[in-house]
Design a protein around this ligand. Structure first.
Ligand SMILES: Nc1ncnc2c1ncn2[C@@H]1O[C@H](COP(=O)(O)OP(=O)(O)OP(=O)(O)O)[C@@H](O)[C@H]1O
Length: 583
């Protein structure tokens, strides 16, 4: 039960609904008790037909029918209210839990997302929360209902005839054991079926995402075969589950029949030997036993719901207990102007053990532009990630405006850094909303202005729906270069004092690249800009240029300085110049 303890705070939050639900359930049970009593009374009256006037009997029966109707209607209405309170409470808890998990996910660091698969994250926030809701809703409701019904009905039965009560209850434990065993089996089979289903859907999702590759390599038949295998496996598991499920109904009917027989047989014997006064009691007991059969049968079902919820909550807790590696230590707001200094910074990625930066030192003043060049894997992106504090450094220090980066308010820092990542990710939304992502309340004029600075405006207005063009799965697919430029516009609209471009111009031609860089100089001249690039053309106008090799700074200076020195920059410059001349 330990894992489910996490949910107690939600029960406490909705205590009024919870207590009201319990109260209504108790009242509803009292009303359901009336029907067997009235049926018993009616049979009792019929038994004495010879001594009571026929008209009187008729009026008593009509009166009983009337009250059976009234009490049944009230019990039905109260049952509806019980669902309205307890099941609605469970929906509220489900909503809160999903929001809490989502909020926690957002706080977790990059390394957490690297360790865990997206499918798993999604499963825990949807499937697992769904299973937990079964516990806070139906399982709790039926447990309360079963408990109260048992107490109320058993007391009533004992008052009427303790002896008949004992006989009548005999088959119930057998019923409970059978149903419990069957439920367990169903539970295990349903788990296996779910696993299989998720394998099948993961496979299908992957195939459809990579449909272009599948078609290009003409491997449709192979993927079809694999799909068929997985689907067959899934069908077999489902068949086996259906067989077990099909046993529940007949088993219930059999056991209810046996219970009724036991009541009639033992009740008849007790009536003959005079232990019970009238036949009405037997009819009353048959109804009581039927009232108890379903709660007993549901015990197995409730227990499997609780087991599943426990397993799901355990998985949810695993993520909720993850402590974010990057924490905000500054509650006061931080003002960020934009000067950046790296002092002997070293950084190793924990999971791969790759020592991405070694003793890196450099500084950039507010409003300056720094270009970082270097072979792939030399640590360029890592520098940008450290400035956004996606990771904390192992050794050395990063200062922003002379303040150690860890002492700045994390949210202010990230709010003041606009980053254009290497793989420009755009949401399946309109171009306008994708740009607005950088500033939610941006006006149309602002959006157009940044699109012009990112040299993408002309492309956008040529689309039929212009800025309202929807991108992504159900919309238009932008070219690599267009994507990069929309993503630059999104960063520019933020008007942050620090702008980080991670190889963000790689898919645009050098002419467009030049236009964008010129615009940056003009419109973002107070912005500290770091441009990671592989091209001399993008670096040559920067105030400073830094060359990295296997995590170490091998050159640092201005374009002019570096051209005058033998080394990586001069070599790359001459190579790219030669290539341009050939073209
Ligand atoms: N998230 C990560 N987890 C583990 N290792 C990583 C991670 N990101 C990068 N690395 C490793 O760290 C090293 C530096 O990577 P980084 O992305 O900073 O290089 P880069 O210079 O930006 O490369 P490129 O020019 O190809 O983008 C590489 O060896 C890379 O494999």
């Amino acid at each position: 039960m330990n894992d489910l303890r996490h949910l107690n705070k939600y029960f406490f939050k909705y205590k009024v609904r919870f207590l009201a639900g319990i109260f209504i359930t108790i009242i509803a049970q009292f009303f359901t008790l009336y029907t067997p009593k009235l049926v018993g009374d009616s049979i009792r009256v019929l038994e004495h037909l010879s001594v009571i006037d026929a008209n009187e009997v008729k009026s008593i029966l009509l009166n009983n029918i009337f009250w059976i109707l009234v009490t049944t209607l009230i019990a039905g209405f109260l049952t509806f209210l019980m669902r309205q309170t307890l099941i609605v409470m469970s929906r509220h808890i489900e909503f809160d839990l999903k929001n809490d998990i989502y909020e926690h996910y957002q706080k977790l660091s990059q390394s957490f997302y690297k360790k865990n698969r997206t499918g798993d994250l999604m499963n825990r926030i949807s499937e697992d929360v769904g299973k937990v809701r079964q516990y806070v809703g139906p399982a709790v409701m039926y447990s309360i209902n079963t408990l109260i019904r048992f107490v109320v009905v058993l007391i009533q039965m004992f008052i009427i005839s303790p002896e008949l009560t004992l006989y009548s209850l005999l088959p119930l434990p057998i019923l409970a054991v059978f149903i419990f065993k069957l439920s367990n089996e169903i539970n295990i089979k349903s788990g296996i079926f779910q696993q299989n289903l998720s394998k099948l859907s993961t496979y299908t999702q992957e195939i459809f995402s990579g449909i272009r590759v599948i078609k290009a390599y003409a491997i449709e038949d192979e993927t079809q075969k694999e799909f068929k295998n997985l689907a067959t496996e899934s069908k077999e598991k489902n068949m086996s589950l259906a067989k077990s499920n099909a046993l529940i109904g007949p088993l219930m009917i059999l056991l209810i029949g046996i219970s009724n027989l036991v009541v009639i047989f033992s009740g008849g014997l007790l009536y003959i030997n005079g232990s019970i006064s009238d036949i009405g009691v037997i009819a009353q007991f048959i109804l009581y036993i039927n009232m108890l059969t379903w709660p007993v049968a549901s015990l197995g079902w409730i227990s499997s719901m609780i087991q599943e919820a426990k397993a799901s909550q355990k998985r949810i807790n695993e993520f909720l207990n993850e402590v974010p590696e990057i924490v905000n230590k500054q509650s006061n707001h931080s003002v960020i102007n934009g000067s950046i200094e790296f002092s002997n910074v070293s950084f190793t990625y924990e999971d791969t053990g790759i020592n991405a930066l070694k003793n890196v030192s450099f500084s950039v003043k507010k409003g300056e532009t720094l270009a970082i060049l270097g072979n792939t894997g030399s640590g360029k992106t890592t520098i940008l990630s450290l400035i956004s504090r996606l990771y904390d450094v192992d050794h050395g220090h990063i200062y922003i405006d002379k303040t150690p980066i860890e002492d700045l308010n994390l949210y202010d820092l990230r709010d003041h850094v606009a980053i254009v990542p290497q793989d420009a990710f755009l949401f399946s939304d309109s171009i306008q909303n994708n740009i607005k992502f950088g500033k939610i309340d941006a006006t149309d004029e602002e959006i157009i202005a940044v699109a012009k600075q990112a040299a993408v405006h002309e492309n956008i207005i040529r689309f039929k729906d212009g800025y309202k063009t929807v991108l992504g799965e159900r919309g238009l697919t932008l070219s690599g270069g267009q994507k990069q430029r929309v993503s630059i516009a999104r960063a520019l609209i933020k008007k942050a004092p620090i702008l980080l471009l991670d190889d963000s111009l790689s898919a645009v031609d050098t002419e467009t690249e030049e236009t964008i860089l010129k615009n940056l100089l003009e419109f973002a001249k107070d912005t500290t800009t770091i441009i990671v690039t592989h091209r001399i053309s993008a670096a040559k106008n920067a105030d400073l240029i830094l060359i990295l090799d296997q995590g170490e700074v091998i050159q640092f200076g201005t374009h002019k300085d570096l051209l005058n020195k033998e080394g990586y920059y001069k070599e790359l410059h001459n190579k790219q110049l030669a290539e341009k001349e050939i073209l």
